[in-house]
Design a protein. Structure first.
Length: 505
């Protein structure tokens, strides 16, 4: 029956973490499992626990206490995990307790309970929830849960079920993408000494998913909204799913409402009522809108299928945050792209992420006007190809008039430009993303020892007023503090309106 349910959901084989944890969990062993994000950790504990419970006679009494308790750090993750359990069993009763959720599920009896520590603790303290029958305890995203200050609440919840040194303690399962040393220290309080450790990350340098490509784009904060639209268009397309991560709720709201962002977007953060958060996530999953702008509330554990692109608006100071955010794409074997925006002063933070996460960012420029046009026209062609023949007939007369007036190619090109929203293309500096500037390259046959040589050459050719037309200048090779090798040159951002006359002169 379980195999049929897996097949119905398109699952033909299990991932390594699911294979390696199944038997130990089914046999009742305590387990610490660490695997990269997007590798199926939720299913790795859900499947064996479902099979274990279904292998024994079912207790169908109303009001029965849960046999399995799953604690997770956020409401969104609780909903996701409960949904995963429900997808693979029709016999067991699954309940999900979190802030704002109704309590009525307990009255009918529960086999598997998923919830946040705060909500579970409230029900236990108010004598509305009985945990004395719990035989299996799962702490999911355990490092994040304890890091958020839930350690005391977790201990209060589990205190009545655990006795030091007892062989009758519940089976304990700890799952996470990152497991610092202190997680193992905490595990000693709840786990048997001979627990099973399954580490699919080990001492490998790269801690992020291997299916994700990591890019870095330098971008001024004032240009971010406009740049985001171009990045999404080029790397995700009109119909791809993108998650944009911000550090603050204010920033998420401002980006979602910014007119410079061409795509439909909605924000997700802690100030949004729970019901609306659920509606927003459902809309994103179902393709009602393509861009989700979120704070860390969506970074942990959520499995949103087919997210093509993740954008982080700045390098996070906490490297684990980068790992979990980037893990929203490239899931279940799919490839994905994670782009980190940064300002020049954040270069050290970017290098810190590279060092601690074991990755190397590929530095790329903001998408050029040519890149945007190419991506937009490709999407527009797909939209035209999807128009049914029955609808074409209604526009045939207008099309013929346009062709007579403009010519076939010009008329179709204008239609593609309008459909793609690329009727007005804005140039941007490849150096710092400033709108209205185009990047030029100055190549020299002599060795330049400082930027002064380049400035002097420009002024000799273009006049003293060139200062007001250039936004930035850098050496093409190496850094400004080093002397480039002979034959190297520089790059500078030039006001678009002056480029034509510059090229002509």
């Amino acid at each position: 029956n379980t195999i049929n349910l897996l097949t119905a959901r398109g699952i033909k084989y299990l991932f390594p973490v699911q294979v390696k944890t199944f038997q130990p969990i089914y046999d009742g062993k305590d387990v610490i499992a660490q695997a990269r994000t997007g590798t199926g950790k939720t299913l790795s504990f859900a499947l064996p626990l479902i099979e274990k419970l279904q292998s024994v006679s079912q207790d169908g009494r109303r009001g029965r206490a849960p046999k399995v308790l799953v604690l997770v750090p956020t409401r969104e993750l609780a909903i996701q995990v409960a949904k995963d359990f429900k997808n693979f069993t029709k016999k067991l009763s699954i309940a999900c307790f979190y802030g704002g959720a109704p309590y009525k599920e307990q009255r009918n009896g529960i086999d598997i309970l998923v919830g946040t520590p705060g909500r579970i603790k409230d029900h236990v303290q108010n004598s509305k929830l009985e945990l004395s029958s719990v035989k299996h305890v799962v702490l999911d995203e355990v490092d994040h849960m304890l890091d958020m200050g839930f350690a005391e609440q977790v201990e209060e919840i589990l205190g009545s079920s655990y006795k030091k040194g007892s062989e009758n303690n519940p089976q304990t399962l700890l799952f996470s993408a990152t497991c610092p040393r202190w997680v193992y220290d905490v595990a000693k309080k709840y786990m048997r000494a001979e627990y099973e450790q399954i580490d699919l990350v080990g001492k490998k340098t790269q801690r992020t998913a291997t299916t994700v490509e990591h890019l870095a784009i330098q971008c001024r904060s004032s240009q971010r909204a406009g740049v985001l639209g171009d990045i999404i268009q080029v790397y995700s397309g009109t119909h791809g799913r993108t998650i944009v991560f911000c550090e603050t709720k204010k920033e998420a709201n401002e980006l979602a409402m910014n007119a410079s962002l061409k795509q439909d977007a909605q924000s997700l953060h802690g100030d949004i009522p729970q019901k609306q958060r659920e509606i927003t996530l459902k809309g994103f999953r179902n393709g009602v809108f393509e861009v989700l702008i979120a704070t860390n509330v969506a970074a942990r554990g959520l499995d949103i299928p087919e997210v093509d692109l993740v954008i982080q608006c700045s390098p996070p100071k906490d490297v684990d945050s980068y790992i979990h955010r980037s893990g929203r794409t490239g899931r279940a074997g799919r490839t994905g792209i994670c782009i980190c925006l940064f300002q020049r002063r954040e270069e050290d933070l970017l290098k810190q992420v590279e060092h601690k996460a074991g990755i190397t960012f590929k530095r790329v420029g903001v998408p050029s006007a040519t890149d945007v046009i190419k991506a937009s026209s490709s999407d527009a062609k797909k939209l035209l190809e999807a128009v049914p023949p029955s609808a074409v007939d209604y526009f045939r007369k207008s099309a013929e008039e346009l062709i007579d007036e403009k010519g076939a190619v010009a008329a179709l090109a204008a239609a593609l430009a309008h459909i793609s929203g690329a009727a007005h293309i804005q140039q941007r500096s490849l150096l710092n993303s400033t709108a209205g500037f185009v990047t030029m390259v100055l190549k020299c046959s002599i060795e330049m020892h400082s930027m002064g040589y380049a400035w002097r050459g420009l002024k000799e050719q273009l006049g003293e007023e060139v200062d007001n037309k250039v936004s930035a200048m850098r050496f093409l090779k190496g850094k400004m503090v080093r002397w480039p090798s002979p034959g190297s040159g520089g790059m500078w951002g030039f006001v678009c309106s002056h480029v034509t006359s510059l090229c002509r002169d």
